[in-house]
Every structure is written in C-alpha cells, then in structure tokens.
Design a protein around this ligand. Structure first.
Ligand SMILES: OCc1cccc(Br)n1
Length: 444
C-alpha cells in the first residue's frame, strides 16, 4: 500500500534495500555550487551579519524575492555576459523562467508592483543567492550570494555617495582599509557625451557599454573590432578610447567642458566624498562602465589595490530600469557585493576571521535513569535564554569532555545519582576548570 505524505507524493512502504546494496548517490553538490558545512556556514553568517549591520546602520530595510523569476526580467539585447549565462528553462507550465542572475530586476519588479503604496525614497537591501549557467570549462562557480543596497526615488548624486559610504563602512568594519581597496568611479554620461555627436541609438549605447566593459579583459584590438562590428564609426572609436583612458577629472573637463552632467555629477560626488570622509577610497577612472546594460549615470566598482582579484563589488545609477519594465520613470541606484572575492581578499590580507562554534552549556546525566532530570535542567537553562547541548545518550564522562571541547562549551552541568539524592548537580567551568556542586534550584 502507499501513503501520501505532505508533499502530495505517494511513498511506498516496502522494506528498505539491504545496507550496502544501494547505488551510492553522488554526495557532492551540483557542479559550480557549494555546501556550507558548519565551519563555512559560521564564516558566511559572520559576513552576512556585517552586510546586515551596515544596511541597518544606513536605515535600509531588508527585502527578498524568489530565486526563480520570469526569464523576461533578464532579456536585454545588449550582449551582456549575464544574459549569455542565464540559468533559464521552461517549467512544467511551459513558462520561460530563470534562476535570478542578479537582484536588481527583482527589486525593480517589486517596486513597480507596490506602486503608489510605496513612499519614496525606498531604501532596500537584500542578501540573496544568484545563479549563472557557465560551461564548467572555466571551472567557475555557478552560484554566489550577493548583498545589494538600492535607493529608489532619489535623482541626486547624494544617493550614490550614500551607497559608496555604506560599502566603505562595511570594509572598515571587517578590517579592510583604503590601502587595501579602492573604488574606480566614472559615469555612463561620459560615454554619452562623447558619442552624442555621432547620433548613437539607445540600443547601440548599451552594446557599446558592454563592449567597453571588456577593456582590460580582452586585447584592445578585439575591443576596436567589436565596436566596429556594432557600426560605431572609426572616428568615434578613437575618440572614445582616448577619453576612456582618462584618470583625471580636470582632463575630462577639458575634453567635455564643465557644462555637461558627466563632469558636474562627478565633481559633486567627489565633493560629497570629502564631506563623508571617504575621499582616500575613490578615484576617477573613465574606463569603468560596468557590465550591466541598464546603468545610466554614475558607475563604480571596488577593486583590490594589488590587482590580484576580480572586482569586489560594483554598482551605479539605473534611472530607466523601472520605466523599461513598464513602471513610472523613477530614478534609482544600487550596488551588488558578492560573497566570494571578499573572502579571497580577507585571505590575501591574512584577516579572515577564525569563528569557533560556541555553546554555553553541555548537560549530561551520568546515569540512564536521570535522563529526565538532565532534560529538565536543559529546559530550565534554555528558559533563561541559555544555549544547551544536551547529551542524548548514556555516554562516559570522557566522551562528554571530548564533545564539550569540540563544541566549545563554556560549562558542563552533570547529574549523578549520589548528588541527585541531595538535590545537587555537578558544575564544571570548562575554561577555568573550577568544579563544584550546587543545589539544582540555584543553578543559573
Ligand atoms: O557575478 C556574476 C555572477 C552571477 C551569478 C552567479 C555568479 Br557565481 N556570478
């Protein structure tokens, strides 16, 4: 006979196969994905707690969205890598869906969904797993967790300054300094103003940005070829590459003039940086465009000054994204901060924290008949908010001490028949070694 369990799937009650005859399943996680056993999970929790602590400090509210989204959120025609690597499929309802490769489109979708019920500005943050399907030839991961902070409804550059300030605060909080990491800052308006006199269409602009984003990753000749392929005139390519090599705002101002938004936005950002106190963390670098088509203004990326690692984080202004999804024309900016490169950086700097497990009490009975007493003691301590690792089997003290060491227990509480006759329990402080008996009613 079969029964239907809570998931609605029927299960058969036939006898399990004899041990050792089962085909062993692959106990590793799917390619490109990670398990988080306790030691790795403690590090991840530490990292995410820092993400959340900074987000709270900046007055942001936490949100989340489904990992599975409609594929339509990510169909952009600019030739982005994120599009080529979309982890997408058709579900059993013949819907085109995708595992989210980033969080921003979901956030935009939720803002539009909430519509007028939201009072702007919206300051939301999320920490969520994002996916890409990449041929494993490059052996790169297919999932990572990203911290995102987004400000929706503020057109002023003040919003970008606030976001960069929050990331600087995060770096400082985990021991990273301005000599370890910097932010390259530019604006897509630089490209726009250079290309203005070449009447570049909106669609072509996105493609040009995605090609430019490959600078430093593929040979410059390749870049030129790809720009020519999207019909960018030769003269425009030369002028573009000349401007993109600029690292100094005054040089940019000489080229574009002071009247344009590109220069005035960047000047305002650098002036605000001074007021926030993060000037030493940032530098103008016209080559930064970021690899997402929807950026429209300031863009920035965090980089390790030794140049050994990929970008640590990145973000920018995306004023058109909501309207491209059919929403109102609401200005927006945000960043994404992955959970992988930052750990590599902390390892490089030798400041990856060692996070031990910890439990306040380990409680055990020295006699099988006293299990109930041990359970009652555990319940009493837990009722006081204390953590208790309750020994659930009749184990010798040697075993208990070994476990206490592994779980890093602060205190051992043990119940023995003789002491219990007098209503007493044994206590051992596992850091000082001090051991004493105490009336169970006085156990704190
Ligand atoms: O940074 C791009 C990206 C997106 C999803 C998953 C992974 Br791993 N990496």
């Amino acid at each position: 006979n079969s029964d239907t369990n809570e998931t609605g799937r029927s299960g058969s009650r036939s006898a399990p196969p004899a041990a050792g005859t089962q085909q062993k399943i692959d106990v590793n996680p799917p390619r490109g994905t990670r398990d988080f056993p306790p030691d790795e999970m403690r590090l991840r929790t530490w990292l995410f707690n820092n993400f959340r602590e900074v987000s709270r400090m900046y007055g942001f509210e936490e949100v989340d969205f489904p990992v599975l989204e409609s594929e339509a959120l990510y169909i952009r025609k600019a030739g982005e890598e994120i599009r080529d690597q979309l982890y997408c499929f058709e579900d059993r309802g013949n819907r085109r869906v995708a595992l989210r490769p980033e969080l921003t489109p979901s956030l935009a979708r939720l803002v539009i969904q909430k519509g007028k019920s939201l009072s702007l500005p919206v300051k939301w943050f999320a920490v969520g797993q994002c996916w890409r399907y990449e041929r494993m030839t490059r052996g790169r991961r297919r999932e990572h967790y990203q911290w995102n902070m987004d400000i929706i409804g503020v057109a002023d550059i003040f919003a970008e300054a606030e976001l960069i300030s929050s990331v600087v605060t995060f770096f400082k909080q985990i021991g990273i300094t301005a000599s370890d990491v910097g932010f390259k800052i530019s604006s897509r308006k630089v490209l726009q103003e250079v290309l203005n006199c070449y009447s570049i269409s909106e669609a072509l602009f996105g493609k040009v940005c995605i090609i430019i984003d490959k600078m430093g990753k593929i040979p410059i000749e390749e870049i030129k070829k790809e720009l020519a392929l999207v019909q960018l005139p030769g003269e425009a390519i030369e002028e573009l590459l000349q401007v993109l090599s600029m690292k100094c705002l005054t040089e940019l101002e000489e080229k574009l003039g002071a009247a344009g938004e590109a220069v005035s936005d960047l000047k305002q950002l650098f002036s605000l940086a001074d007021k926030y106190g993060f000037s030493e963390w940032i530098q103008f670098d016209a080559s930064v465009v970021r690899g997402l088509a929807y950026y429209t203004g300031i863009v920035f990326e965090g980089f390790d000054r030794e140049g050994k690692l990929r970008a640590i984080c990145g973000g920018g202004r995306y004023d058109q994204l909501l309207s491209t999804f059919g929403g109102d024309d609401i200005p927006a900016c945000g960043f994404g901060f992955g959970d992988a490169v930052i750990v590599e950086l902390l390892k490089e700097k030798g400041i990856l924290p060692e996070i031990s497990p910890h439990v306040e009490n380990i409680v055990c009975s020295l006699d099988r008949d006293l299990q109930g007493v041990a359970a009652a003691i555990a319940t009493r301590l837990r009722g006081r908010g204390q953590s208790v690792d309750l020994v659930l089997e009749n184990k010798p003290l040697k075993w208990v001490f070994k476990r206490a060491k592994r779980v890093n227990a602060a205190r051992l509480v043990f119940v023995g028949a003789d002491e219990w006759q007098k209503g007493m329990v044994g206590v051992k402080n596992l850091s000082t070694g001090e051991q004493y008996e105490i009336n169970v009613d006085e156990l704190e």
